[in-house]
Design a protein around this ligand. Sequence first.
Ligand code: PLP
Length: 376
Amino acid sequence: MNEKGISNQKLTDLLDTAKSNDVGYERVLSAMCTYPHDVAVQAHTKFIEANMGDPGLFPGTYSLEKEVINMMGQLLHCSSVHGYITTGGTESNIQALRTMVNSSNVANPNVIVPESAHFSFDKIANILGIEVKKAELDSKFKVDIGSVKSLIDSNTIGLVGIAGSTEFGQIDPINSLSDIALENNLYLHVDAAFGGFVIPFLETSYHFDFVLDGVTSIALDPHKMGFSTIPSGGILFRNREDLNHLQTHTPYLTISTQSSLTGTRSGASVAATYAVMSYLGKEGYRQIVKQCMDLTNDLVEGAKKIGINPLIEPVMNVVTLDVQDPDTLRARLRDEFGWYVSITRNPRALRLVLMPHLTHKNLDLFLQDLEKLVKI
Ligand code: PLP
């Protein structure tokens, strides 16, 4: 840091230069985030100083958080949920598994997750010092229930199911996982960080949430398909005592206990999420999800026309394309045409997420560029 500060103009120039080096989302097909909705941005700015770590000072913002948690709970079929706005899927997943660990008396606990689980579960194993066992997937990239059952032992404290897997956009058989959880008296956390704001608005209906008695917690991210600002995540628990397992005493704040992972946390993302959920309503989300699914279907049709098939017919707005040498193709799409796509781990395929920042026009351009590369 310099001794003397710089002028406002100089600062603006520096910030503009940095910003111009960022990639606009228009050609990004690899991200699960997008441009936040205008109403979210406005609310975020209005509540920029609000700290949910000390809610006694911000009772107005805190009332919005309670309202947001209720709205999310109702969306996922539970009228009395308990939770808070996190910084995203990673924090929500950490908290769900911390609850499992804190409430159990098992010496070396393990949790069973699908092989398709987000890498946040590897971080969690490291942070919590627990074993995270990976269950195999079936041919459609859903968790294999036989594999889950075979991994359960006397040290298992919980199961995880994914509703909208990061790589395949697939939904695990949460109903079967729910039955297993109930039979074995295990926690069942559903990672719906991506799918939580998609699945309820699809034309096909899926049972993946608190409608299933065995589901104890759900992660869903407003900063992904919820159009809120980063960092907005959500963790919901069916039972109050599961949130209580996360409590720490907070002697010098306006409240006596805290259940969140971070201390200081953003009230701005709370207000942003409240704003966009209230403004769009279910009808607004349904419309946006339909737009994304139309793009998804157009992409798959267009890809098939140039001889590329998806690994599975898409369940939501995530597509995996079975191409030769996906790594080279990914690099060439970026270097020659400015498209950002990603790759699945196993099997290796091109992974595309059809977020609302994409247009049919850009999708046509993408398909033309893809065709040029696969035809060579
Ligand atoms: N869970 C799933 C299913 C995800 O797709 C992601 C991110 O893409 C996460 C968790 C982690 O979310 P975050 O990056 O917000 O921590």
